[in-house]
Ligand binder design. Structure first.
Ligand code: ZN
Length: 92
């Protein structure tokens, strides 16, 4: 069975309509932060096993950025939130 993602704007859609855009847990440093902090923000990523939060874009749908919480081992999706809601402190 195909993996399905529940887009908050388009409804249930196949995962092939989406593109993963990266780790959603990374926090942008202050503009005056050290070069090391910016290096880690731009280049260093964990590759966790298990539950993760990622930015996904619905490229073949509404084109919105979403935050998808899923398990990298089982591929189970726990939740999908609109990226702008998460950025404003809402969502999950
Ligand atoms: Zn959508």
């Amino acid at each position: 069975m195909a993996s399905l993602i529940h887009c908050p704007h388009c409804g249930v859609r196949p995962k092939e309509e989406f593109t993963v855009r990266g780790d959603a847990s990374v926090v942008r440093p202050d503009p005056e932060a050290s070069d090391e902090a910016w290096h880690e923000y731009v280049h260093i990523r964990a590759n966790p096993r298990g539950r993760t939060r990622e930015h996904w874009q619905h490229v073949f749908g509404c084109r919105r950025f979403l935050v998808v919480e899923r398990d990298t081992v089982t591929h189970e999706v726990y939740g999908v939130s609109d990226g702008s809601d998460v950025a404003r402190g809402g969502g999950r």
